[in-house]
Write a protein that binds this ligand. Structure first.
Ligand SMILES: NC(=O)c1ccc[n+]([C@@H]2O[C@H](COP(=O)([O-])OP(=O)(O)OC[C@H]3O[C@@H](n4cnc5c(N)ncnc54)[C@H](OP(=O)(O)O)[C@@H]3O)[C@@H](O)[C@H]2O)c1
Length: 221
């Protein structure tokens, strides 16, 4: 690990490997992960991180609700408040309805700016968040640049944004060609501006092999 960029690349691609890649990924050093949002996608993703050997704190505004999830996953998993999970994680994963990022960014800006990585899995979705809201995100350059504005100073990477929660458990560690996870961040090739393509319904959305992802990404700006 020669510099911050290497660490971020390691953390981002390591998390992707931990969730969806070869079992060898489990041999990597554990990263403490704070999952801000443990609904459908957050609980499915956090479960894979725990299974890969990472300590995970699942956060809710009502952590009591997550006690069964954490207990079922064993000693590496625990439930906490958003504040506790932010304090706990070396890496923070934002898996919340996109409008909630503004509130989380405001409340935890300085703590989030000190993290090695803030992985943004959240998407602005018109039918859930409203057409006008999504237009306002796109006017800022899309999810990615907007997240960077809402969580100033944080090392943001977008990833896992268009792989459905119900598919994660099935495709993780599958035999044969692994599923690729497109990631976008300013410390990575492509830049955070590419995060606008990491939402459901775009060419990068859904399940693709790493080679297919590279081919598609090369056609996008
Ligand atoms: N579902 C998928 O297949 C999928 C796939 C890829 C990406 N995504 C994206 O991931 C995000 C979450 O989707 P989901 O389907 O998992 O939603 P969900 O099941 O409704 O879960 C939402 C989670 O966000 C938390 N939350 C909501 N408002 C919050 C706030 N103000 N502060 C802190 N936590 C808050 C909720 O926690 P509380 O217990 O505190 O309410 C809950 O754990 C969305 O942006 C979605 O577009 C979803």
């Amino acid at each position: 690990m020669t510099d911050r960029r290497d660490f971020l690349r390691f953390a981002a691609s390591g998390l992707a490997l931990a969730a969806l890649g070869p079992r060898a990924a489990a041999a990597q050093a554990p990263l403490k992960i704070g999952m801000i949002g443990a609904g459908r996608e957050g609980s499915a993703l956090g479960t894979l991180f725990v299974k890969a050997g990472h300590p995970v704190m699942f956060a809710s505004r009502n952590p009591e609700r997550l006690k069964d999830l954490a207990a079922g996953l064993g000693p590496l998993a625990q439930a906490g408040t958003v504040e506790q999970a932010v304090a706990f994680g070396d890496v923070i994963v934002l898996v919340v309805p996109y409008p909630a990022i503004a509130e989380i960014g405001k409340a935890h800006a300085s703590a989030l700016a000190a993290k090695a990585l803030v992985l943004d899995v959240s998407n602005p979705i018109p039918r859930r968040d409203g057409e006008e809201f999504v237009k306002s995100v796109n006017a800022e350059g899309g999810a990615g640049l907007m997240t960077a504005k809402l969580v100033p100073g944080a090392r943001i990477v977008r990833g896992f944004n268009a792989i459905g929660s119900t598919r994660l458990g099935t495709i993780a560690h599958r035999a044969g060609d692994p599923v690729g996870v497109p990631i976008a961040g300013d410390d990575l090739v492509g830049g955070l501006a590419m995060g606008k393509h990491l939402v459901p319904g775009t060419p990068l959305g859904g399940e693709h092999s790493p080679a297919e992802l590279r081919r598609i990404a090369a056609t996008l700006r």
